[in-house]
Design a protein around this ligand. Sequence first.
Ligand SMILES: NC(=O)c1ccc[n+]([C@@H]2O[C@H](COP(=O)([O-])OP(=O)(O)OC[C@H]3O[C@@H](n4cnc5c(N)ncnc54)[C@H](OP(=O)(O)O)[C@@H]3O)[C@@H](O)[C@H]2O)c1
Length: 341
Amino acid sequence: MSVIRVSVVGAAGYSGAEAVRLLSRHPRVVLTGLFGSAGGRRAAFGSLHPDLAGLDGPEVVPYVEAALLEGAPDVAILATPNEVSAEVTPGLLAAGVRVIDVSGAFRLREASLYPAWYGFEHPAPALLGEAVYGLTEWCGAELEGARLVANPGCYPTSVLLAMKPLVLLLAPHQPLLVTSASGVSGAGKKADVAYSFCELAGSYKAYAAGSHRHEPEMRQELGLADEAAFSFVPHLLPVVRGILSTIHVSFDAPVSDAAVADRFARVYEGRPFVRVLPAGHLPELRDVVGTPRAHIGWKLLPGCRRAIVVSAIDNLLKGAASQAVQNLNRVFGLPETEGLL
Ligand SMILES: NC(=O)c1ccc[n+]([C@@H]2O[C@H](COP(=O)([O-])OP(=O)(O)OC[C@H]3O[C@@H](n4cnc5c(N)ncnc54)[C@H](OP(=O)(O)O)[C@@H]3O)[C@@H](O)[C@H]2O)c1
């Protein structure tokens, strides 16, 4: 049985560490290198994951392209800041290493959006057309053998999984309103007083309303024009992990629970990582945190022309690392569930 050689860059960060944990138990994967920032310290695999004590893995060392290539990986998972992924990807691809990027560096197809939403000129715009947007349940044959996969953002994963099946039912001129709440690990490991315990515990706040970089990604993947009335307001929830998105939708004509259930079943029947709840049951974070699953529920409002749709995921798993492993499995022709169930 052939193995897949995988290196992880950003291995000590929150989503990178989750990827390492999943991959270290994956029956078809060998970890060939774990990397952190150039200024970072070397760290033993076991200090990253005391829960995996006894499993061997490479040390986490500062990232240098030549050091990664020495391990001869088939694929690199990049769990790095956006600019870092954008910079290192072209070299890795040129060296024959496939890339699954957990950052936003290759999610937007329009290079001109990067300065406004991400704050940098894209250094490799030609690759934006090649990157496969890896919302796994919505990918077809383009994922098999892909050289570059752009793993979706955490908020977009929760919203798109819930919204894409319903797009054809939506009233085109009515607003689509999304309120999402994320645990604090969504901001990564960086030390910043705004994310400290005393600033967040016991509180709940909206941030980046109308300016969050996941907004153009959701517009792109839902096929919404710039002028479409879509509003996305992220909130910071004082828990470690999990995202819950509450979406207010309007339909073109009255719909039944059966029609909504049918839309979801057409896409997600037999897909183990998306669980659609019975009509009227809304998901909650505790049922998905620590799992690779999304849970989706809806409630029709009186008159059946409007509904509340709620979607919950673990931001570090279905929103990042486990979706990256689903994508890795598909790229290499393995069952999507390998190493994840
Ligand atoms: N957190 C989430 O819920 C989530 C979900 C989906 C996607 N994402 C995206 O995934 C990426 C990682 O997010 P995160 O939350 O896991 O961040 P994080 O906890 O801050 O970790 C970032 C990692 O990147 C490494 N790094 C920074 N600069 C580097 C460089 N120049 N070369 C090599 N490694 C470098 C850091 O190394 P050191 O350990 O040495 O500092 C760290 O391990 C981001 O692009 C983020 O937007 C995050």
